[in-house]
Design a protein around this ligand. Structure first.
Ligand SMILES: [Mn+2]
Length: 356
């Protein structure tokens, strides 16, 4: 297991690489060239500029989160071939720069969503929360502006302003895309990129839908054990794997995250893990609690044990943290609570390792 932290380049992060380096056990960062729009090639020069900065601070860049997929690929448009070609060039360049794992998602139109990015908790911290009844009542405009307003002036991954203009049109497009057609588009993409991943010795790790409920009737395809199984079976290669995001999957009240960890780690399909905890306030509503098992609904020890006992040897990062100790930063991505999460993960991993 290698522990990493997510970090945003180009000065667009309140957390410094020197601070990340001082968290015990953290070997590197998961990062993303945020200034390159989805669909464009990540050139060697751009990759090396960010990699050199990371390496200069004693950290590795072995995980990319995320190499985003152009919407035309998700839609299955004829232009997808050009974007897939570009994607493959980016993969080759990343492999040459020493990247071992690429995280991505196949969520149409919009990435993750929370109805409140700064919900106060009784201990004085703030966290991200989701209320489904509130979310389904909102217009697209209300959703995008609430995400921008709550972002503390940091870019939010998946909410790049260049996407906003086309969102309404894209949502309309998907109303006529059947589940089968959407899965065929996924398979077309996987069958093009996974053989390249095999040649390059890099792992591909799809991130689950977050939250696992549909908004605007958009297809959700990676949100429980069955759908993950279907997705991973679209291409049998071991390189076609999962980012086990415990918070995203745990937001589905019927999901047994320990069982999901066991099921896919035992098949060698878990390449990257996002560890965080959630506390449900109803069947659909939740807030992101601190990582500790007793603070949320997930048994973090059992999840880590399931990974360990199935020989997991990929990357783990503490996922979103709360905002504590007065810190101001990108929602979910402050330093303090994620550092506490990293220390907790280190403790759990040492315990399960020594238990044998
Ligand atoms: Mn995640």
């Amino acid at each position: 297991m290698k522990l990493v932290l997510r970090w945003f380049p180009y000065g667009d992060d309140s957390v410094k690489l020197d601070q990340i380096r001082q968290i015990p056990g953290v070997s590197g960062v998961a990062t993303h060239l945020t200034k390159i729009p989805a669909g464009d090639v990540w050139t060697m020069d751009e990759i090396n500029m960010v990699k050199n900065e990371i390496n200069a601070h004693g950290l590795e860049m072995e995980v990319i989160e995320s190499l985003n997929i152009h919407e035309d690929i998700k839609k299955g448009l004829p232009s997808r071939d050009m974007y897939i070609d570009n994607y493959i060039v980016s993969m080759k360049n990343l492999a040459e720069a020493g990247v071992k794992c690429i995280c991505y998602n196949f969520m149409p139109v919009m990435d993750w969503y929370r109805s409140n990015l700064m919900q106060p908790l009784p201990d004085g911290s703030t966290t991200m929360a989701y209320n489904h009844d509130e979310a389904v009542k909102l217009t697209l405009e209300a959703i995008t502006s609430s995400m921008i307003e709550g972002s503390n002036d940091f870019s939010l991954p998946g909410w790049e302003p260049e996407r906003f203009g086309k969102m309404a049109e894209d949502i309309k497009f998907y109303q006529n895309v059947s589940h089968e057609e959407f899965f065929a588009n996924i398979k077309y993409f996987l069958d093009a990129v996974i053989p390249v991943a095999e040649q390059l010795d890099i792992n591909f790790a799809v991130h689950p839908d977050d939250p696992p409920f549909p908004l605007f009737n958009l297809p959700k395809v990676v949100n429980n054990k069955e759908s993950i199984d279907t997705y991973l079976n679209l291409n049998a290669s071991k390189r076609n794997g999962l980012t086990l995001c415990t918070g995203s999957l745990g937001a589905g009240i019927t999901n047994d995250v320990v069982d999901i960890a066991n099921a896919f780690a035992s098949r060698g399909k878990v390449h990257f893990v996002h560890l965080r905890n959630v506390r449900h306030t109803s069947d659909t509503d939740f807030y992101e609690s601190s990582h500790l098992s007793s603070c949320g609904d997930l048994d973090m020890f059992a999840i880590v044990k399931a990974l360990h006992d199935n020989g997991f040897d990929g990357y783990i990062r503490p996922d979103h943290g709360r905002m504590i100790w007065g810190e101001v930063g990108r929602p979910g991505y402050g330093l303090y609570d994620r550092a506490l999460g990293a220390a907790y993960i280190n403790g759990l991993w040492e315990a399960v390792t020594k238990l044998g």
